[in-house]
Design a protein around this ligand. Sequence first.
Ligand code: DC
Length: 222
Amino acid sequence: MTVPVLCIDGPSGSGKGTITQLVAQKLGWTILDSGALYRLTALSAERQGIACNDALSLASLAATLDIEFVASAYGEPVKVLLESEDVTQAIRLETTGNNASKVAVLPEVRAALLQRQRDFRQAPGLVADGRDMGTVVFPDAPFKVFLTASAQARAERRFQQLKAQGEDVRIAHLLKEIEERDARDMGRKAAPLKAADDAVTIDTTAHSIEKVLENVLAIVSR
Ligand code: DC
């Protein structure tokens, strides 16, 4: 029997991460945070002095990254380890996110991460969060959702998150970064950010998390 996958794709700040965690908890399924793999590649490259456009070095780095995802207490983010070091916070920095978006443009890096992502497909099921889960990594997945939200709403959500972490940021700056990242993620040739033909698109701009969760769970129980 094939293991079911629920793909949750969409741009940064659309609520994918939150919805993925909540749905996975409800269903008791494993999580794949594919963005974390690109972030880990970018962070590791930065630490080793590898440039964001050095495709071959980045691909070999991506293929051999020593990483571990450690489940934590209910409601807490999953801990991410790189060579046994806790990098949960380091990979969430804006600079790492932007560098992740740059290394993610390279087909060599995407190819190196493909099988690693597919290996997360384990019983009883997988919730896969990313940009190309439904189009490239798990095209045969029975459940596919594409979450969107206006760039302004996403910038405001990010602003609230960073403010809560004590970071001093401006919404206008976050909005510009989000628009640049969207353009890069949607405009790249390799596995661009887009909804799979068989995905259900949900606009989260004006919806509560509870409402979106309800809609996504309804898709899985169809
Ligand atoms: O979801 P995230 O913000 O953690 O992702 C960081 C970057 O990684 C994002 O800007 C684009 C890239 N990414 C990707 O290209 N494909 C994925 N499946 C997930 C993330």
